[in-house]
Write a protein of this length. Structure first.
Length: 503
């Protein structure tokens, strides 16, 4: 633990974190139950609160309590259109400003290497600018230089003029072969009986077998792996055995690409084949109109989302479609779950801290104004701390009783507060997730957009840092579905799945 970081630990707290073993599965077929259980957090090991806080503290920058970051007073309080071209001297000034601001205002500064990584990047950027023969540089060239040298950051909230510093991990899957499972293992149905899968690339099957659904919504298993996005395909060789004879079958796993859903309304409530279906694409901040394009109608629709949660209490089946959910206000999914279940649901199981420097104070004030839920910029007050950080806090997992079978649709565009909704819903009984892994825009929240003073080039980054209680990094990977299916077929398969597997 860093000596300069002070946080309060009043006593050693040792707890057993678990979702109680006797969860209610009133709405799920036993086969589905087993698949879902394997994809839920298993907090059934001893968790030492003091030890985990100390480990988390090592990921926070150890600020010198006597160091002054008063440059924060220079942070612009408005967004501007970027200049098309800037002088080299102006760009160099923006670089100095940016890296000072990141040191005191970006929650991921230490996590991504601290002074060593960021000062090296700063030197590289300045050298590249100084070596240019021309006295000016276009805003797009400037952005590319910043992006190239800062690409060691993996943070889906970090954005340089609409270019994200996120390293996406995608699912690569083969949909030509659908395996079934019995007591002897995974097999393909053939005219002569069953052909059992023994190895994939001479490795154990558990690394590759993913629960899925066939065209009729029935459980099947497919070969899949998580790999860096953008590959043409991943090769795999299957070893199959039938009646004592063995054969090798080469296959290609193709990247499953989610197509972003564009709809005029962020919330809809309808019924399909007697099953209520609610679709929510964002959690808008009240009053924000730019840059996300939220408007008063969006907020009126999201109020209907909360009211419908009350009316949906007691339903036997429900589909929640959060494909292409672009995030927003992280308190809204908490409110919806409270309304739907009638429980005093708190937060998901995370360990967190927020920056409390003078710079972060200014940034948070600016963010609140941008979100439209604050008083005027100059009247909002936060109190910086000597350590530069808030106290580290955490929430233990809640088990939330729920008798309805809830099927949640997700894809690689489900991001930020949409992913928190996934995490919260995973704590409810009788919830099943269909689709692809979410965006992985999770760790660094409370993002604020700041224009660099000379170029006006906007940079977006977060002042809040959180991780799951086991400190697993899910940035770029996101949360995983229970059943891996192509997102464009998710709604149709969800209806078939519910009809086939509701007890």
């Amino acid at each position: 633990m860093k000596k300069d970081l002070r946080f309060s630990i009043s006593f050693l707290v040792t707890v057993f974190l678990m979702f109680p073993p006797c969860r209610a599965w009133a709405g799920l077929n036993p086969e589905v139950q087993e698949i879902v259980k394997l994809n839920r957090p298993q907090f059934n090991v001893q968790w030492d609160a003091e030890e985990q806080k100390a480990k988390f503290a090592e990921l926070l920058y150890p600020y010198d309590p006597y160091e002054d970051d008063s440059f924060a007073l220079q942070i612009p309080d408005k967004l501007y259109d970027p200049r098309l071209v800037v002088y080299k001297k102006q760009a160099l000034g923006d670089v100095d400003f940016l890296f000072s601001m990141l040191k005191y205002g970006y929650a991921g500064y230490q996590y991504f290497g601290g002074d060593e990584s960021f000062l090296s990047a700063k030197e590289g950027i300045k050298k590249e600018l100084e070596d240019r023969n021309l006295p000016t540089i276009s805003i797009l060239e400037f952005r590319e230089i910043l992006y190239r040298h800062l690409n060691f950051i993996n943070d889906g909230h970090f954005d340089i003029y609409y270019k994200r510093l996120k390293h996406r991990i995608s699912m690569y899957m083969n949909f030509d072969y659908a395996f079934l499972q019995d007591s002897e293992g995974y097999y393909l149905e053939t005219h002569g009986g069953k052909e059992y899968l023994k190895l994939v690339n001479d490795r154990k099957l558990e690394e590759f077998m993913k629960a899925s659904l066939d065209d009729d919504g029935r459980i099947t298993y497919r070969i899949g792996v998580l790999e860096t996005e953008g590959q043409k395909g991943v090769s795999a060789e299957l070893t199959l055995v039938s009646n004592g004879e063995q054969r090798n079958l080469p296959i290609i796993l193709e990247e499953v690409v989610s197509h972003r859903i564009q709809e005029k309304e962020i919330y809809q409530h309808k019924t399909i084949d007697g099953i209520p279906v609610i679709t929510v694409r964002a959690f808008p901040y009240k009053g924000r109109t730019t840059p996300e394009g939220y408007n008063p109608q969006d907020y009126q629709l999201i109020e209907e989302f909360f009211l419908d949660a009350h009316e949906l209490r007691g339903v036997e089946r429900l589909i929640i479609d959060i494909r292409s959910h672009r995030g927003g206000d992280s308190y809204q999914p908490v409110s919806w779950i409270r309304n739907f279940t009638g429980t005093t649901f708190g937060q998901s199981a995370l360990i967190s801290a927020s920056l409390a420097t003078k710079t972060a104070q200014q940034l948070n004030q600016l963010r609140m104004v941008q979100e439209g839920n604050a008083q005027p910029y100059h009247s909002v007050s936060f109190r910086p701390t000597a350590s530069g950080w808030s106290e580290i806090w955490y929430h233990l997992p809640d088990r939330i009783e729920n008798e309805a079978l809830v099927v949640v649709l997700m894809d690689s565009w489900t991001a930020s507060a949409g992913e928190l909704f996934v995490y919260y819903l995973s704590q409810l009984d009788n919830v099943v997730f269909l689709g692809m892994n979410s965006a992985g825009v999770i760790n660094f929240g409370s993002p604020v957009k700041v224009p660099l003073p000379n170029s006006k080039l906007p940079v977006l980054f977060g002042t809040h840092f959180s991780l799951p209680l086991d400190l697993t990094d899910r940035e770029g990977i996101g949360f995983l579905p229970d059943f891996w299916i192509r997102p464009e077929y998710a709604l149709d398969l969800a209806i078939k799945f519910i009809k086939g597997y509701k007890k």
